[in-house]
Design a protein around this ligand. Structure first.
Ligand SMILES: [Zn+2]
Ligand SMILES: [Zn+2]
Length: 196
């Protein structure tokens, strides 16, 4: 099954293929909160500062329209690459800097919420991460969902062994990001972390 993806203004569009291979997670880490704050987009974080993520290998992420609007920032020189649509500051995805790691964490804000629902496409949220930095008490990953996380890790290992970190919309043939990331200064990072 495919699930549609688009930025708020509809310029950047695409879809996620093989939705059953993806795993949903909720991340409360400070960096995900700072990224949402840096973009200044409402409705990315939940009440407790959580970002809902759909994790999948990059070959299942297809960007079909508005690729010239794809932009990238990073909170620090070694931080994750945090992709967004510059036309309307919609967060799109996080990727590691190493192009050989077959992981994309799509920010579910850019996935179309409608028919099919995220639950129908990707299943329930399986993992709740970094709850120590949530703005309030949040329960962590239920034990039974550990299996789903192992499944994600297995999907990534298989993807890596089979060279399936390609194709990817985020890196070129040489393994460089398609857009050079704008790295926040220390001051900008601190402001974003504080939510200013
Ligand atoms: Zn847009
Ligand atoms: Zn995070």
């Amino acid at each position: 099954m495919d699930h549609p993806l688009q930025c708020d203004c509809g310029t950047l569009r695409g879809h996620v293929a093989e939705t059953h291979k993806a795993t949903r997670a909720l991340c409360y880490c400070k960096d995900c909160q700072a990224y949402a704050n840096a973009l200044g987009k409402a409705g990315v974080l939940d009440t407790y500062g959580g970002t809902s993520i759909v994790a999948t290998p990059p070959r299942y992420v297809r960007l079909t329209d508005g690729l010239d609007q794809l932009a990238c920032l990073s909170l620090s020189p070694k931080g994750l690459l945090r992709w967004y649509a510059r036309c309307c500051d919609t967060p799109i995805a996080n990727t590691p800097r190493n192009p050989k790691v077959p992981y994309v964490g799509l920010v579910d804000r850019c996935l179309v919420h409608g028919e099919p629902s995220l639950e129908a496409s990707f299943g329930p949220i399986r993992a709740v991460l970094q709850t120590a930095s949530a703005r309030g008490h949040v329960a962590g990953t239920p034990l039974r969902n550990g299996v789903a996380i192992l499944r994600l890790v297995r999907t990534m290992i298989v993807a890596k062994l089979t060279g399936a970190h390609r194709p990817t919309p985020f890196f070129d043939e040489a393994g460089e990001p398609v857009i050079a990331p704008a790295v926040l200064s220390k001051e900008e990072r601190e402001r974003a972390t504080r939510g200013e």
